[in-house]
Design a protein around this ligand. Structure first.
Ligand SMILES: Nc1ncnc2c1ncn2[C@@H]1O[C@H](COP(=O)(O)OP(=O)(O)OP(=O)(O)O)[C@@H](O)[C@H]1O
Length: 280
């Protein structure tokens, strides 16, 4: 079942996002490629999740977020939720609900007050369950699921929302290799076949290079590079940003091999490093 979305353009214009007084994300200008996949990469604590939270109005934000050129602040929360959704990192597990009932929560922005579930909602929920391979779990209580199964349920809830823009914060967490690969395939397919505009935070740099049309590098709260995977993910830039020796090789059929070198317990001069000395 296919839903054709009009590829949406999402831009941030000089947004700064804070939890308290000091901004954690500073003057960020980004654009998610319409109908494409944009990967956000960067070290722990660099501000990737906070940037997504700022875009979604989940943290205090200065600056403008535009959707198809219009200020998104003009949209009501419900209208905004019909355009954009996020698979966030941490979500509580709702007790007493089945998989299907949780996926139905994604239809909330489309539902009129006191209205019953309509055919469009039923189709959207069914499609989301199929796309995420949850058919056999559809009637199970969510409290009985594994971390990876639950991750797919939350993704299905986002898909049932049928937004033009989908933000995914480390969606491969908890997933085994097979499910990571099918999720990456699904992300590509949602952009290529269904026209979704996707922003995804990924820690696996090879996966980011593999699926992204565009990569945004975040370091210490600032955007430090934007471009194709090969443009952004150079060995020098990645090594400098992540503070570890990283080698990057272009693969013959596309994609990048990204290999980080362990420093080991002995430094270049053969001296035991500080932690090793302390634990000796
Ligand atoms: N709710 C919060 N309140 C206060 N500070 C926060 C909060 N959430 C995150 N921070 C701080 O904001 C900074 C950026 O965190 P953020 O989670 O955006 O980074 P990240 O790049 O997504 O990291 P990771 O890769 O570890 O998920 C960190 O210094 C973090 O401690």
């Amino acid at each position: 079942m296919q839903i054709n979305h009009t590829p949406a353009t999402l831009r941030t214009e000089s947004i700064s996002v804070s939890y308290g007084a000091a901004p954690v994300v500073i003057d960020a200008d980004i654009e998610l490629l319409p109908g494409g996949v944009t990967a956000l990469i960067g070290p722990n604590g660099s501000g990737k999740s906070t940037l997504l939270r700022g875009i979604c109005r989940l943290a205090q934000t200065r600056g403008q977020v535009t959707l198809d050129g219009s200020d998104s602040a003009a949209l009501s929360p419900r209208a905004f939720a019909r355009r954009l959704t996020i698979l966030a990192q941490q979500r509580p597990t709702p007790g007493g609900l089945t998989v299907t009932e949780v996926v139905e929560l994604g239809r909330h922005p489309h539902r009129r007050r006191f209205s019953r579930t309509d055919d469009a909602s039923r189709r959207a929920v069914q499609r989301a369950i199929e796309l995420t391979g949850l058919e056999e779990l559809a009637h199970r209580p969510v409290t009985e699921l594994s971390g990876g199964q639950l991750q797919r349920v939350w993704l299905a809830t986002c898909l049932a929302q049928e937004t033009d823009v989908l933000l995914l914060d480390e969606p491969t967490t908890f997933l085994d290799l097979k499910h990571q690969m099918s999720l990456l395939d699904l992300i590509r397919d949602l952009a290529d076949t269904h026209g979704l505009t996707i922003g995804v935070v990924l820690h696996d740099l090879e996966q980011a290079a593999d699926i992204a049309d565009r990569v945004i590098l975040v370091a210490e709260g600032r955007i430090t590079a934007t471009g194709t995977p090969a443009e952004v993910m150079t060995a020098e830039r990645l090594s400098g940003t992540f503070g570890v020796d990283i080698q990057v090789t272009e693969l013959p059929f596309g994609g990048l091999a990204v290999r980080a070198q362990r420093a080991g317990r002995r430094g270049a001069a053969g001296q035991l490093t500080e932690p090793a000395l302390l634990s000796a």
